[in-house]
Design a protein around this ligand. Structure first.
Ligand SMILES: C[S@@+](CC[C@H](N)C(=O)[O-])C[C@H]1O[C@@H](n2cnc3c(N)ncnc32)[C@H](O)[C@@H]1O
Length: 237
């Protein structure tokens, strides 16, 4: 992989308060498995519109949690390599166990911050991001990072829930569960209320990057963005 143009904009790991996802990883993994919608078919048709992916295609899942999509895609398309990035060690351990149980050799997980994606991860063919903007403090930086690490011609699929009420239920349960056995002095990193984005804010956020093409869709409970980085970006750089 050519990493020569992959500049890392400074790490933001230091002094992070504890995460609800770290403390309640088991609960989030249950919600992901049994409660949330599985968007794998939409992801596949958006990222690989010409049919299956080419051998060696590299898909990055940012904020992968328990590795649901990284494993689903790696399982369905053995010619893919998937990499899942998350801040939570406990969720990453779950993701690794999931891949191991399914004997997926084309799926790996690493600790990393969506605001400053790990060095060496660049020129990926595709990015998947699901339910992450709800949580991150600086959405614009995250979308800029996604744009940066995609290769020219690469695509991303982003899914965000639209219902504050439905999103609040799992988050509130996690807050309640997190009270036991103790609450860290500095509280938790995540908000008590899920901050779902309006259609306008979502479209503005995604449109903050100079995509070659960008499609935004809604289906009631979710809003989606499918974007392609122009293959002329490299030529112009
Ligand atoms: C609501 S969950 C979504 C997980 C998964 N994408 C899904 O669809 O179920 C948000 C995930 O983002 C992770 N996360 C939060 N802030 C992050 C950051 N700055 N960088 C990377 N991952 C982050 C959390 O640990 C958690 O696993």
């Amino acid at each position: 992989m050519d990493t020569s143009d992959c500049k890392l904009p400074g790490s933001v790991f230091v002094h992070q308060p504890e995460s609800l996802f770290e403390r309640c990883s088991w609960f989030y993994a249950l919600c992901r498995e049994y409660l949330f919608r599985d968007h794998t078919p939409e992801i596949a048709s958006s990222l690989f519109p010409a049919g299956g992916p080419e051998p060696g295609t590299h898909v990055l899942e940012v904020g992968c949690g328990p590795g649901f999509y990284s494993c689903r895609l790696a399982d369905e398309y053995p010619q893919l390599q998937t990499t899942g990035i998350d801040l939570s060690e406990n969720l990453l351990s779950r993701a690794k166990r999931r891949a191991l149980r399914r004997r997926l050799a084309n799926c790996e997980f690493r600790k990393g911050d969506a605001h400053a994606l790990p060095e060496g991860l660049c020129r990926v063919d595709a990015v998947v991001m699901s339910r992450l903007f709800l949580i991150v403090p600086d959405r614009e930086t995250v979308v800029r990072e996604v744009f940066r690490v995609l290769r020219p011609g690469g695509r991303c699929f982003i899914a965000e829930p639209t219902s504050g009420f439905r999103t609040r239920i799992p988050l509130s349960c996690m807050w309640i569960l997190s009270k036991f056995p103790y609450t860290p002095a500095g509280g938790f990193r995540e908000p008590q209320q899920a901050d779902v984005m309006s259609r306008l804010d979502f479209a503005k956020l995604i449109g903050s990057q100079p995509w070659g093409s960008m499609k935004i869709e809604y289906d009631g409970w979710y809003q989606y963005a499918v974007c392609e980085k122009s293959s002329e970006v490299e030529a112009a750089a």
